[in-house]
Design a protein around this ligand. Structure first.
Ligand code: FE2
Length: 200
């Protein structure tokens, strides 16, 4: 799979275009504030976008998603718990096909109830669940759910998986899960209690 990481907007959001090189079938992950840089990348990559996926409901990730999906003739995809009006509602472990490849939806609540990560076997797109060096703390976040999503879902992926976050908040723009586990204090906390004390 080919990954294009696109910085957008005033909150250092990252939007992604994920392309199956063989078929050119693609998905856009989030859309943030601006759709034009995404449309330009889609054009440049000759991407045939089937899905426009929301990692979670927040405005900075979804402001132009409906417009973008319409412009690309793509289905707007969101988790079944999401307040976003979607064309396709997905749940944990559902798969989206790009050509002969599959992208798995991982339900990772905590930052919000409708947070999902997308895993293609090599790359994971984490929205606001996990950033380089930190996590998506948020005033209405659920720390216990976040702990389970990180420790029981994301941290069980292969160590070499590349973590692509929803914001450019780290010292690098992406890195492996193994590097993240070694450096991110939230992933080093160990148990739920230590994690929750860091969270508050
Ligand atoms: Fe968010």
């Amino acid at each position: 799979m080919l990954v294009r990481q696109i910085p957008v907007g005033p909150m250092a959001n990252f939007v992604y275009v994920l392309v199956d090189e063989e078929s050119r079938e693609s998905m856009v992950i989030d859309s943030g504030w601006e759709k034009d840089p995404v449309l330009n990348a889609v054009h440049e990559l000759r991407a045939d976008v089937k899905y426009a996926v929301a990692t979670h409901e927040h405005f900075d990730h979804t402001a132009t998603l409906r417009e973008l999906a319409g412009a690309l003739g793509a289905k707007l995809v969101a988790h079944q718990a999401s307040p976003i009006a979607s064309d396709l509602r997905v749940g944990d472990n559902d798969e989206l096909s790009l050509g002969r490849k599959k992208v798995k939806v991982l339900h990772t609540p905590g930052h919000t109830e409708d947070s999902v990560c997308l895993f293609d076997g090599k790359n994971v797109f984490t929205g606001d669940a996990l950033f380089v060096g930190t996590i998506g703390r948020f005033v209405r976040a659920d720390a216990e759910a976040m702990y389970r999503s990180l420790y029981e879902v994301l941290m069980r992926l292969p160590e070499g998986t590349l973590v692509y976050p929803g914001h450019d908040y780290g010292e690098v723009k992406f890195r492996t899960l193994g590097e993240e586990k070694a450096a991110n204090p939230f992933l080093k906390a160990g148990d739920a209690r230590a994690f929750t004390s860091l969270f508050s």
